[in-house]
Each structure stands twice: as C-alpha cells, then as structure tokens.
Design a protein around this ligand. Structure first.
Ligand SMILES: [Zn+2]
Length: 196
C-alpha cells in the first residue's frame, strides 16, 4: 500500500486524531501536538485502512511472517484484530490485570510461536515492554512490533510505525508556547485551562 507521510498526516488531522496547538499531557508536560487514537478506532473503515498500512509495512520489514498477532488493551486489540484478519492469522489479546498485561479467557502462546505485537500510540514504550514480558514468559518469539503512531523522543526499540512524530514535550518553565502566551488546552476535554 503506497501512501506518503504527508497523506497520512492529512488523514490524521482530518479525522481529529492529530491535533496541533498547546496541550497539557497526562505527564503534566506541554506539547504542541496531541493524538487521540479513538478518533480512528471509532471509525472502523479508517481503522481498517491503517491496519492495511501496518500489514504492508510488516510485509516489507519482516523476512518471515508470524504465527500469531497480539494486541494489548485497548486500542491495540482493535488494530491487532484487523491486522490478523487481513493476514488470516489468529489473534490474542492482552488485558490489564494488577497493572500488568495478562492472557486471560484461555488464550495462550505456545513455546516457539512467532508473535507480532500491534499497538496504537507508542509514547514511553511501557505498554510494549509489558506485552513483551508476557510473550517472553510463554517462550514465544517476538517477530516484530508495529504501532500506528510512534511519538517517542528516543528511539530505543526497533518498532515499525505508520506515522512517526518526534514527541517533543516541555516542562512548563521551558515551554516555548507558554512564552508565546498561546492558550493551554486540555486535549481530552478541548477546554482551555490557561489563557496566558
Ligand atoms: Zn506550555
């Protein structure tokens, strides 16, 4: 599937997934952009389109296709389902349990099975780290990891992404948008929380 980065960016902006402005993140740091993955996940047609892009990237990057697709809760489950459907592979889901991920409801990974993890937004890498822990415990082989949006500042893992945006964020005292007195918005509610 041939789609340029600028086309992907336009799509993300049009869907309201990518928002530009002056936002306060959960970490309390300030950022000039914000991703709301549910603007894609609530539109199955587009979730499917992005899953197709993930599949074509996997096909380009992986020498051997996996046996199994793995989706961590919540957004990863939806995208993993669609990636697995396109590749005609089984899909397992990781659910949150006591702050970690767990395979519940009788789902399993057999030792030696090749697994690809599919997730939505990669910020700190914690979610992927926890997902990999489960796969390693089951002696599965992690064949690859693919995410919709990679917004890490430091690229310390080999992760395939549909859209990469270096996630520059700032503490309040060092924030250039604060210096320019751009109103600060809570990206979850859209409310301005500080005017200048
Ligand atoms: Zn700021």
């Amino acid at each position: 599937m041939d789609i340029s980065k600028s086309e992907i960016e336009r799509l993300l902006l049009n869907l309201g997934v990518l928002k530009k402005g002056h936002f306060i993140l959960t970490s309390k740091r300030h950022s000039s952009f914000y991703f709301e993955k549910f603007r894609i996940l609530e539109q199955p047609h587009y979730a499917s389109l992005f899953a197709q892009i993930m599949v074509s990237k996997l096909k380009t990057n992986l020498k051997v296709m996996p046996d199994l697709i793995c989706g961590p809760a919540t957004g990863g489950m939806i995208l993993a389902f669609e990636v697995a459907r396109i590749l005609q592979l089984p899909c397992i889901y990781l659910e949150k349990k006591d702050g970690l991920f767990a395979l519940l409801r009788g789902m399993n990974i057999n030792p030696g099975q090749k697994v690809v993890i599919v997730d939505d937004v990669l910020t700190t890498g914690k979610s992927l780290y926890l997902a990999k822990q489960v796969i390693n415990e089951k002696q599965g082989i992690i064949q690859g990891q693919v995410v919709l949006i990679d917004r890490r500042t430091k690229a310390d893992q080999d992760v395939i992404s549909v859209y990469k945006a270096a996630g520059e964020d700032y503490s309040e005292d060092k924030c250039p948008m604060c210096k320019q007195k751009i109103p600060l918005t809570d990206p979850k509610t859209g409310k301005i929380i500080k005017r200048s």
